[in-house]
Ligand binder design. Structure first.
Ligand code: ADP
Ligand code: MG
Length: 342
């Protein structure tokens, strides 16, 4: 593979190289890359803006993350935030800081992944910034989206007795990360040993190529189900349900056996001696949607495929509990900010 030093192109050359083929496709994108600012027009809709900062060594490890996957995932996690507001992402702004260890081809790989995610979700890349870094790769992405006036779904509007629902399955992404970390540790000790990654396809894909649940937002609309509160699962079920509960001034009960965990994830958890419930509750990065729905919509809700009802909201005084089939209720605790996990 060619290895072109960034200096060969310079900042402007690199920007041109990365962005020359980008065509915009949304009506709301009036003007994209090429001027001091992009122009966006959402007419009579509300705009949603969400941003994420990703640091090499904190949020991603390039030892086991292919740059294309990193680019893809860094866009997806931002789009997920817009979907979690019941919105439609339409633009992204991408800023990168790169150290001299990266070649033009490496950054191209990163952008290939970003562009693929944008294509899949019909999102326009409308700008960014490029600078150098002394410590490693930094990626900052801002996603912009639209939602009909008054239709954004926040975290603070769940009601007592609402059903707690989650899309897809949980814990896989964290288990995938454990496998990658395990293989990295083995490789560090003996680079001759080939990483053992077969049989872990499902959890690895959950970690390296997450899905932003646009389909769930559409299905909810189609089935006329209106969540009272919604959030995406980036930090694990514990932390997310506490956000909804605390911001809505309510308690919650989650039934352990209702938490959706894939067979592949259970197998993997067993192998590495980790309780799959811990992976689901405290792992994170599954990017599923967690939402609350009034009980009156129960019938319409159960008609939606790929959604599990895992519990219900309660009065604030009842606290926040995980309820196992047998044994005592377990208090759901905040994980807090973990500078290692980010
Ligand atoms: P400025 O001097 O105003 O910061 P730049 O020369 O940095 O402008 O950027 C020129 C154009 O390219 C702008 O539209 C900017 O948004 C876009 N751009 C710069 N860096 C990136 C990047 N890494 N990814 C996508 N677009 C970029
Ligand atoms: Mg700039």
């Amino acid at each position: 593979m060619k290895k072109t030093r960034i200096e060969a192109l310079g900042e402007f050359g690199l920007i041109r190289h990365l962005t020359e083929n980008i065509k915009t496709q949304n009506e709301s994108t009036v003007y994209g890359i090429g001027d001091d600012a992009a122009i966006i027009d959402y007419d009579n809709k509300e705009s949603l803006v969400s941003t994420d900062l990703l640091m090499e060594g904190i949020h991603f490890n390039l030892v086991y993350t292919p740059l294309k996957h990193l680019g893809y995932k860094s866009i997806i996690v931002n789009l997920s935030d817009i979907y979690a507001m019941n919105g439609k992402p339409e633009q992204v702004v991408v800023s990168i800081a790169i150290s001299s260890k990266f070649t033009v081809e490496a950054i191209e790989e990163l952008y290939e992944g970003m562009k693929e995610a944008c294509r899949e979700h019909q999102v326009d890349m409308v700008g960014g910034d490029t600078t150098s870094s002394l410590t490693g790769l930094v990626i900052s992405i801002t996603a912009i989206g639209s939602v009909e006036k008054g239709k954004a779904i926040k975290r603070n509007s769940a009601k007592e007795t609402d059903l707690i629902c989650v899309s897809g399955d949980l814990g896989g992404a964290y288990l995938g990360l454990q496998i990658l970390e395990r293989e990295k540790a083995i490789y560090m000790k003996d680079p001759e040993i080939q990483p053992k990654l077969t049989n872990y396809e499902y959890v690895l894909q959950r970690q390296l190529k997450p899905v932003a649940r646009r389909d769930i937002v559409s299905l909810l609309k189609e089935h006329e189900v209106t969540p009272s509160a919604m959030i995406d699962v980036s930090d694990g079920l514990s932390s997310e349900i506490l956000h909804i509960s605390n911001q809505s001034n309510l308690g919650c009960r989650i039934y352990q056996e209702k938490i959706p965990i894939r067979y592949e994830a259970r197998l993997c958890a067993e192998e590495i001696h980790l309780d799959p419930i811990i992976a689901a509750m405290n792992g994170g990065e599954d990017y599923e949607l967690l939402f609350t729905v009034p009980v009156t919509q129960h019938e319409k809700l159960v008609a939606i495929p790929g959604v599990s009802i895992i519990g219900h909201m309660t009065h604030a005084e009842s606290g926040h509990y995980l309820v196992p089939e047998n044994g005592e209720d377990v208090k759901i605790e905040a994980q807090g900010w973990n500078p290692i996990k980010g």
